[in-house]
Design a protein around this ligand. Structure first.
Ligand code: ADP
Length: 623
């Protein structure tokens, strides 16, 4: 080994220190500074400059050497294609690339920094237009940057020893950049993940306005944006409202709204966000240039908010001139965020439509209720007069069948109107008088009234109940209406020779009245509508028996107002069981009662509360 080829001890020591720093430093730019300085101070090059790849441009970030040169070239931007072109023409010195003067056209070399030295005839001497580069790669072979050196020691083309040492510095620079890149990527992943999480969490806020505002703020901080706008289009046909949010400013709904909409539509058609920078000169994008100038921004990203083919709105992001282009990971995150926003907007639209339809239905229902109540009232007065006069006629003309028929049918009409009035009254009812009511007593009273009809129809009626009262809280008259309806239906829809078994029981906190008959039964399809107002079974046998289809609707409503429910089990042609379930009441509590309620009515416990016009009358109808 000649003295010239022996490694320089200070260079090796410096390298050793550098290697330790590269592996432990958290600031890669500091390490790169040190590497460049080492190349100049230890290896003796006049200048060492490191450029980092940003997108497809190499940006000079670190320069060691004379201050005036540093000032000249720091921040210089070179398209990566130009440098790759030079590499292709270069001699390969291991990982170094040497481009001797004269190999590339002078104008290319002239674009670089040229040292102020006089060319020499000596073939070993360094020429001012010679260039020596070292591309910096990651461990996976990805180009991360470039180091260029000039003015080698003694102004001579570097020998093997100097190249080897330089290569070692270059490797450390590549490692430092690789570390920095990995760290940045990880930090970016964490930042974007958090942004997406924040946007998703914003979806749980109440109201799309608030959600979009919070999402805009999250996007602004996660994507280093100076302004974020979110705009959701109104849709009169679907009844969807317009929403606009933004951070720090709310999206203007009129200014540039058309431009933003057009950009989002174009982006939606393209299937990816549209990014417009200051350098764009397309005439169609002048509007964007105005926005960029107005907001002092460097680029605008237009993102569609869409679900499938439907464009629901847009997301527009403005970034500062210094922010650079969005990375692939950032574009992916934007895409994910826009899909998340699309889902939120769609949900809100569905919710709005649902609310509107419910309001419309409620209005129709209210109108129906009013109509029923008004017509029933209007019919009641003339009918009362008809019934009164018919009673007079019956006293005079006792033998005339027509008078009896008029009276019978007038009574039937009267009951129908009573039911209609009950139905419309019960619809609006929220409160009911609460007393202790014994379900066994209600069943006994109801069966007493049905006894004659059952005997005439050849039916057996039976009641099974526990010795102790089964007490529930509620309005005795209304609860009696429920029991009467269920029991009278059983008698009404059970042909001769059948049975009706009523069982009162209690279990846990619930009381139950189960009424089982061996009657016509109800098909599965009819069972699904059984409790809707005016529904009557489609079974012809049941239809031939007069009824209004209101009794079960009234019964369910009353039961629900009392905190209970009614269920049915039935097989067509075999019979049915109706179960009325109500929360058990405590008699002592009922006796005390709330201060504003009437005192306990003993009649409800003993005599039963059947009033005039109760539905039990239906069972006694003269068909
Ligand atoms: P209505 O008896 O006046 O028609 P309801 O609302 O009380 O009205 O009953 C609705 C329909 O349910 C009846 O028309 C009848 O077809 C059927 N239904 C009710 N109870 C029974 C039953 N115990 N057995 C068979 N069908 C029944």
């Amino acid at each position: 080994m000649t003295a010239k080829d022996a490694p320089r001890p200070d260079g090796v020591r410096k390298l050793y220190e550098l290697m330790r720093r590269v592996n432990s430093s958290t600031d890669p730019s500091e390490v790169l500074e040190e590497i460049a300085r080492g190349v100049v101070e230890v290896l003796g090059f006049g200048i060492a400059a490191i450029a980092r790849l940003q997108g497809d441009t190499l940006v000079m970030t670190t320069v060691a050497g004379p201050e005036d040169v540093r000032k000249q070239i720091i921040g210089r931007r070179t398209p990566v294609s130009a440098i790759l072109n030079e590499f292709a023409q270069a001699d390969e010195w291991g990982i170094l690339r040497y481009v001797p003067h004269g190999r590339l056209p002078d104008e290319i070399m002239g674009a670089a920094w040229i040292p102020d030295i006089t060319p020499s005839e000596d073939p070993e001497a360094w020429h001012p237009l010679d260039a020596l580069y070292a591309p910096l790669y990651s461990a996976t072979g990805e180009l991360l940057g470039n180091m260029s050196v000039d003015l080698p020691p003694d102004n001579r083309i570097p020998g093997r020893r100097d190249r080897e040492l330089l290569e070692m510095f270059v490797v450390q620079a590549g490692l430092a950049m690789s570390n920095a890149q990995q760290r940045e990527r990880l930090a970016e992943q964490v930042r974007l993940g958090e942004t997406i999480q924040r946007v998703t969490a914003a979806g749980r806020l109440l109201g799309l306005d608030l959600t979009l505002h919070e999402a805009a703020e999250a996007i602004a901080s996660g994507l280093a944006a100076t302004q974020v706008w979110v705009h959701c289009f109104p849709d009169g046909e679907a009844g969807a409202s317009e929403y606009s949010a933004g951070y720090p400013d709310r999206a203007p709904t009129h200014r540039q709204a058309g431009l933003r909409r057009d950009l989002a539509r174009a982006a939606h058609d393209l299937g990816r966000p549209i990014v417009v920078g200051r350098e764009s000169t397309e005439p169609g994008l002048w509007g964007v240039q105005n926005v960029l100038a107005l907001y002092d921004a460097g680029s605008l990203v237009a993102v569609p908010i869409a679900v499938g083919h439907e464009l629901l709105g847009n997301l527009v992001i403005l970034r500062a001139p210094t922010a650079g282009d969005l990375s692939e990971a950032e574009l992916d995150a934007v895409d994910q965020i826009s899909r998340e926003l699309g889902r939120m907007v769609l949900n809100t639209r569905l919710y709005e439509t649902e609310r509107r339809l419910v309001a419309e239905l409620q209005e129709i229902d209210r109108y129906k209720g009013e109509l029923i109540a008004t017509i029933s009232h209007e019919l009641k007065t003339p009918l009362t007069s008809i019934i009164g006069h018919t009673e007079l006629l019956e006293e005079i003309a006792t033998e005339i069948d027509s008078v009896r028929a008029i009276s019978r049918n007038a009574q039937r009409l009267n009951r129908l109107i009573e039911n209609l009035l009950n139905y419309s009254r019960i619809q609006d009812r929220r409160e009911h008088a609460r007393r202790a009511v014994d379900l066994t007593v209600l069943c006994e009273n109801s069966l007493d009234l049905l006894a004659v009809q059952a005997e005439q129809g050849g039916l057996q009626l039976k009641l099974a109940s526990p010795p102790a009262p089964v007490i529930v809280h509620g309005d005795p008259e209304e609860l009696a209406r429920v029991i009467d309806n269920i029991l009278s239906n059983a008698v009404k829809y059970t042909p001769a020779g059948g049975r009706v078994d009523v069982a009162v029981s209690s279990e846990g906190t619930w009381a139950e009245v189960a009424c089982t008959d061996t009657g016509l039964g109800i098909s599965a399809v009819d069972q699904t509508h059984l409790f809707s107002a005016f529904h009557r079974s489609s079974n012809p046998e049941a239809l031939s028996i007069p009824g209004t289809g209101l009794g079960l609707a009234i019964s369910r409503r009353i039961t629900e107002l009392h905190g209970g429910d009614i269920v049915v089990e039935s097989t067509l042609g075999e019979g049915s069981t109706f179960r009325v379930r109500l929360p058990l009441g405590d008699r002592a509590q009922a006796d005390r009662g709330p201060a504003d309620q009437p005192p306990l009515d003993d009649r409800a416990l003993s005599d039963g509360p059947l009033g005039d016009g109760a539905l039990s009358d239906w069972a006694l109808e003269d068909h």
